[in-house]
Design a protein around this ligand. Structure first.
Ligand SMILES: [Zn+2]
Length: 289
């Protein structure tokens, strides 16, 4: 239950819920069905009634995609030293300290390697619950190093995004990570190694405008918000009303930005099949029947 309660914005306070023991039930924000939290967890935080995909913490994403007990994390102690001594009403240093204490993680992306249906892959997962999954210098550096290690070890890269974009507390240093991660992907491509990007809710700002949209294959979870600037900003600039489904995964798919929208429960299988097409075949004794 601990990790589910980390998303208060999604957990709406409703009158029906007040009579129910807290922490046992959840009201789906999409279909309003009351769902047992244990059922939601079993279903990888996808509503069993309407298929609404709740945001998934990074560790659960790794459990979902990587074979049991095969994930090895890289660079997890890499930590921002607050180069701009930023203070937006609360010192950035304090924000970092608080997040590290709360999550035992030093920044918003987890990178490492593991087996996906017996195939070695490098995997990066942005965690929206860590400062909105925002990209500062540590996120950019970890992603950069992940691509470098994957290249040295001849591994494909899968990168799962769930991020509001560049981290404002690190200013230009955050924006520089867009170029740095894009360059890392270009080197990976030169080595003829595949990169699959998975966009989850939300994938916006500097993350959408750099590595998230640069996959050889781009997948997304249903109904994810995907875009660069916000709807209101764009409407004000172009002085037009945008369609209701603007910046959804479905809208992006219709307009050729995505290769496929994949349900969370099917993601591992689809990734395995995609890698079987893009990579060398696994030795016979490692192939899954
Ligand atoms: Zn629902």
């Amino acid at each position: 239950m601990g990790w589910l309660s980390r998303e208060p914005a999604k957990l709406q306070d409703v009158s029906e819920k007040k009579s129910l023991p807290s922490g046992v039930w959840e009201k789906c924000p999409s279909c309003s069905e009351i769902v047992l939290i244990s059922d939601l967890e079993e279903n990888h935080l996808v509503c069993p009634t309407c298929n609404y995909h709740h945001r998934l913490p990074g560790e659960q994403r790794i459990e979902l995609l990587i074979d049991n007990n095969t994930f090895f994390e890289w660079d997890h102690t890499l930590c921002s030293n607050d180069p701009l001594q930023s203070d937006d009403g609360r010192p950035y240093k304090d924000r970092l300290k608080n997040m590290i204490k709360k999550t035992s993680k030093y920044d918003a992306v987890i990178t490492g390697a593991g087996l996906l249906n017996n195939r070695p892959v490098a995997l990066g997962v942005l965690d929206f619950f860590w400062m909105g999954g925002s990209m500062g210098s540590v996120v950019g550096e970890r992603i950069n190093r992940m691509f470098a290690r994957a290249r040295r070890n001849n591994m494909p890269v899968i990168l799962v995004s769930s991020s509001g974009g560049a981290r404002m507390q690190e200013g230009l240093l955050s924006l520089m990570q867009m170029a740095k991660t894009s360059a890392a992907i270009a080197l990976h491509r030169e080595a003829s190694l595949p990169f699959i990007s998975i966009m989850c809710d939300p994938t916006t700002g500097g993350v959408a405008a750099s590595f998230a949209m640069l996959g050889d294959i781009n997948y997304a979870e249903p109904k994810s918000t995907i875009g660069f600037a916000g709807r209101r900003v764009i409407e004000n600039i172009i002085r037009q009303k945008l369609p209701d489904n603007f910046q959804t995964a479905e809208f992006c798919f219709e307009h050729g930005v995505l290769d496929k929208i994949v349900k969370r429960q099917e993601m591992k299988e689809i990734l395995a099949r995609t890698l079987n097409i893009l990579c060398e075949p696994l030795p016979k004794n490692k192939q899954k029947n």
